[in-house]
Design a protein around this ligand. Sequence first.
Ligand code: CDP
Ligand code: CDP
Length: 230
Amino acid sequence: MTIAIDGPAGSGKSTVARRVAALLGFLYLDSGAMYRAVALKALERGRALEDESQLEALARETRIELKAPTAEQESAGLKNRVLLDGREVTEEIRTAEVAQAASRLATIARVREVLVAEQQRAGQCGGVVMEGRDIGTVVFPNAGLKIFLEASPEVRAQRRWKEHQEKGESLTLLEVLQEVRERDKRDRERKVSPLVRAKDAVLVDNTAMGIEETARLIVFLANERVPSVR
Ligand code: CDP
Ligand code: CDP
């Protein structure tokens, strides 16, 4: 079984998907980390974020590995380790600057094709929880369970702001809210694979729900679809 979780920034996708994967013994895959890793490489190389053929070539020549975090990284709140061409970029890809660059890069159809093919390869054996923006609509349209995870923009920004605070970053709550709103707008309005709820996705609004409660609801829904899932 494949579980697809899509939704806007800060809705809890990574945290919840990771917990669902742990409860079911599934593999957890964060597709957003792939867009972020290619964006970081483009920024480091000074590539214009509009140059479609250059960015497609960059995506093709990039090796991204998603790994389980070390115990130390896990206790620091990291959900997965990301290696970019063999170099650890786990923390570097989590800045607001990289998030913005990732969302601009993600509007390019040819870049998406490269990353979607990799995501499909990574999830081809099932037993996977993958999260992102287009998992239920494009990457795994036949997923056994699709979740569209929502939360109010204010709560999502508050959650993200808290993470920045914990890392000692000085962004204000308003700046984070603006970053999240800007990215949501771009992700929802782009022509290729916009962020939309798949017709058959279950809408879960976790504005007033905790991580564990949300994860257990999703496991319950997975069990309903496939009773032997666990
Ligand atoms: O992946 P996404 O951007 O959708 O969100 P996330 O990185 O999983 O979650 C953002 C922050 O919200 C994390 O620090 C989570 O611990 C927190 N969160 C929460 O407090 N309550 C929830 N129900 C879900 C997430
Ligand atoms: O964690 P957060 O929800 O803030 O972002 P993310 O999941 O790491 O994704 C970063 C950016 O990559 C998003 O704003 C999207 O523009 C893009 N993305 C996408 O287009 N398709 C995906 N399947 C995953 C991410």
